[in-house]
Design a protein around this ligand. Structure first.
Ligand code: PGA
Length: 259
């Protein structure tokens, strides 16, 4: 399976710093062949990111979209608008959207449907809060999120989705899940996908997110069910993000570095 390193810039950067960050990534050497690189700048900088990354292997993603195709939804952005400017992926159901904007799994499922209709790859986020882990309910919470948001899709549709497991207690806190905690949940997610058949389980990448940085990524990315990372803070620093891409390249990078 391919490895994905995706940068979620959240509500950070301005025009000049967004441009500088994209430029630094574009100028760097091409990512290892088996690694897909995704960046998710804020809405106002998506078009410039698409223009600047044209002809490179960097995929530009949005951080959110509205579930409706168009209409009287002041302040919202539709999947077809994203499509029309060349956006190829979109984060949905991030825990900050769930927490601050009240997004439910049902709405997140509708957003995924809207994205799939435009052939945009949804990066679906799931993950438990601290209290849910402490009370031992983390596997059940994630199972419910998967069912609630993805339950109605066909296998063909599910195979277009990327899942990001992001334990809420690890996001922006500096607390990372241990590689084993991540692996255990990723294996659980893979088992949930298996209920839709082996092909779905073998096709859908499951990324880890939550304080993933160059100093902990090696252990996380080495886990058999971890197919890369969704990176917040460290994606705002070109050097750190490039290092994460190199780590995701694994052996190939080590060999080429040694050679
Ligand atoms: P973080 O954010 O890497 O800053 O913890 C990850 C995310 O929220 O996607």
């Amino acid at each position: 399976m391919r490895t994905i390193v995706a940068g979620n810039w959240k509500m950070n950067t301005d025009r000049a710093s967004a441009e500088a960050l994209v430029d630094a990534l574009v100028k760097a050497t091409a990512p290892p062949a088996q690694v897909d690189v995704v960046i998710a700048p804020p809405f106002p900088f998506l078009a410039l990111a698409v223009e600047k990354t044209r002809g490179t292997r960097i995929i530009v993603a949005a951080q959110n979209c509205h579930e409706a195709a168009h209409g009287a939804y002041t302040g919202e952005v539709s999947a077809s608008m994203l499509k029309s400017i060349g956006v190829r992926a979109c984060i949905v159901g991030h825990s900050e959207r769930r927490q601050y904007f009240g997004e439910s799994d049902a709405v997140i499922g509708q957003k995924i449907a809207a994205l799939l209709a435009q052939d945009i790859t949804p990066i679906f986020c799931c993950g438990e809060r601290k209290d849910e882990r402490e009370s031992g309910r983390h596997f059940d919470v994630v199972t419910e999120q998967l069912k609630g948001a993805l339950g109605t899709f066909t296998n063909e549709q599910l195979m277009q989705v990327v899942i990001a497991y992001e334990p809420v207690w690890a996001i922006g806190t500096g607390l990372t899940a241990t590689a084993q905690q991540a692996q255990d949940m990723h294996a659980h997610i893979r088992a949930c996908l298996h209920t839709h058949g082996g092909q779905v389980a073998a096709t859908v990448p499951v990324l880890y997110g939550g304080s993933c940085k160059p100093d902990n990524a090696e252990g996380l990315f080495a886990m058999p069910d971890v197919n890369g990372g969704l990176i917040g803070g460290a994606s705002l620093d070109a050097g750190q993000f490039l290092e994460l891409i190199r780590i995701a390249g694994g052996e190939e990078w080590s060999r080429s570095r040694a050679g």
